[in-house]
Design a binder for this molecule. Structure first.
Ligand code: ADP
Length: 494
């Protein structure tokens, strides 16, 4: 296919733009010769077309992974570690181009895209080291003539499905521990953002990671690929990041083959500011948590519970900070808020805001949007809502846009109850200077992750994941590799 018209190749090192599936070390067009468009959400322009893989290609990729797996798991860990380090170095070397690709297909500002590339790379580096620290146990036996040994082995071929909001880091966070543990992977990136995944896989290949250890099947037929990943017996584990709706489908599909599954699903994070909080720190935390990626992160603050006595001061300070959020194309250096991923994402945010307004909410701030931006891209203005009714949909659904929903509270007990009154439990944030309150909130908030006096919690050393409908398992940290290992107990009669 002639891709010479692509504007993207003029902007990036052209070799990083891969438009085919990667199966067993071969870059393949789809069997059907079908392609799907990758659109720049900032401009509505076509970036390129990518091979649209189907079930047959997914099946071949799984077989290729299974073939690569046996050699890969037998490589000395030092060698797997060395290859992961080499990959990490290449990702850093090409980070400017990877960031540009990310901004072009996803929309986030370049500074955020650079931060995502560094964040994704940090998982590769972390797990390059963790590969060397997969320990078993020798356990004191019941009888003196027995030896009880526990060894850890790779779970087998891993299937990964990743979302569009962090197309580099979410994949790196799955590939790196899987490879470190000795697993081969077949991955399906989101159809909105396949280029970041393909570029990452190409760099892995350049780093010397053997053919078939990483396979990528870009596809618009997510449900068919999901069924193949869940039902194919060669796949022993599925790792998914995305919506709770799809997570539940995958749990059901994986039940038949009793496949291990890690799920990082939706959130509905409460952001609690107590009366004694440092308000400037709380506003800085709110800006970081709410507006990263234009509000399209699963750990975004979704419900802002602000103590009634400080609500007006907090809102005034927040609105002042929000006035510095320049909205525009992510490639412009002054941009702080890029477009949402698509026009349908804008419609969904608008429908949540309309629902809240219908039930009595008031808009206390909304940024002006340049009409020319609105005409070409999928932008939504940063907005603050007050006076929100309890039955408003944005209190139970992820807003996934730059909308701040402010709610008052009077007591610690009340706010803890409100914060926990959700099916989700991914992230929560508290701002207070009271150490007793910190201890109490740390214990009673039903969440996988809690930020105290900070709005930024994600890093490779820490276990990322949720409770309740926010998922199963943890990614990152020393816990992150455990999901890719089986425990085998051996009882030896001496
Ligand atoms: P979002 O609403 O953020 O797009 P999704 O859960 O729909 O979240 O998408 C996350 C990932 O799951 C994407 O790669 C998408 O293509 C994939 N996906 C969507 N539907 C299914 C499905 N039925 N089975 C497997 N994967 C799916």
């Amino acid at each position: 296919m002639d891709n010479s018209y692509m504007p993207i190749t003029e902007l990036c090192n052209p070799f990083l733009i891969r438009t085919c599936a990667l199966i067993g070390g071969e870059w393949c067009e789809s069997d059907s010769k079908k392609y799907f468009p990758v659109i720049n959400p900032a401009t509505g322009e076509l970036l390129t077309n990518v091979a649209d893989a189907g079930v047959e290609e997914a099946r071949r990729a799984i077989v290729a992974a299974a073939q690569a797996q046996s050699n890969w798991m037998q490589k000395p860990v030092q060698e797997r570690s060395r290859l992961l380090h080499a990959w990490h170095a290449l990702v850093l070397k090409h980070s400017d181009d990877l960031a540009l690709i990310l901004t072009l297909e996803q929309g986030k500002p370049l500074t955020e895209a650079r931060a995502e590339i560094a964040y994704g790379a940090s998982y590769i580096e972390w797990f390059a080291e963790e590969a060397k620290r997969i320990y078993g146990d020798i356990i004191a036996p019941q009888h003196p003539d027995q030896r009880i040994m526990v060894i850890k082995q790779p779970v087998g071929v891993v299937a990964a499905i990743t979302p569009w909001n962090f197309p580099n880091a979410m994949l790196a966070r799955k590939l790196a521990p899987a490879l470190a543990a000795g697993c081969a992977v077949v991955a399906k990136p989101a159809a909105e953002t396949p280029l970041s995944a393909l570029a990452l896989a190409w760099l892995a290949e350049e780093a010397g990671i053997p053919a078939g250890v990483i396979n990528i099947v870009p596809s618009t037929d997510a449900s068919a690929i999901g069924i193949e990943f869940s039902s194919n017996k060669l796949v022993r584990k599925l790792s998914f990041t995305g919506s709770t709706r799809v997570g539940k489908i995958l749990i059901q599909q994986c039940a038949e083959d009793v496949k291990r599954i890690t799920l990082e699903l939706g959130g509905n994070a409460p952001f609690i500011v107590f009366e004694d909080a440092d308000l400037d720190a709380a506003v800085a935390g709110a800006m970081a948590s709410k507006f990263r990626n234009a509000g399209q992160t699963c750990v975004c603050a979704n419900r802002f519970y602000i103590h009634r006595n400080i609500q007006s001061v907090f809102c005034a300070k927040l609105i002042q900070a929000m006035q510095s959020l320049t909205i525009g194309n992510g490639v412009a250096s002054e941009t702080k808020i890029g477009p949402l991923i698509s026009r349908s994402a804008v419609k969904k945010v608008q429908s949540l805001v309309d629902d809240a307004l219908k039930k009595g909410a008031r808009i206390t701030y909304q940024a002006d949007l340049d009409k020319t931006l609105l005409a070409i891209g999928s932008y939504y203005p940063p907005t603050v809502l007050n006076n929100i009714a309890d039955d408003s949909l944005l209190l139970t659904q992820e807003i996934f846009g730059p909308v701040v929903a402010i709610l008052p509270f009077d007591s610690d007990e009340e706010v803890a109850k409100l914060a926990n009154d959700t099916d989700y439990g991914l992230a929560a944030y508290c701002f207070t200077r009271d150490s007793k309150r910190i201890k109490k909130m740390s214990e009673i908030l039903a969440t996988g992750m809690l930020g105290i006096n900070t709005g930024t919690i994600s890093n490779a050393m820490a276990p990322f994941g949720g409770v309740k409908h926010s998922g199963w398992g943890r990614e990152g940290s020393h816990y992150g590799i455990a999901d890719y290992l089986e425990i085998k107990y051996i009882c030896e009669q001496i």
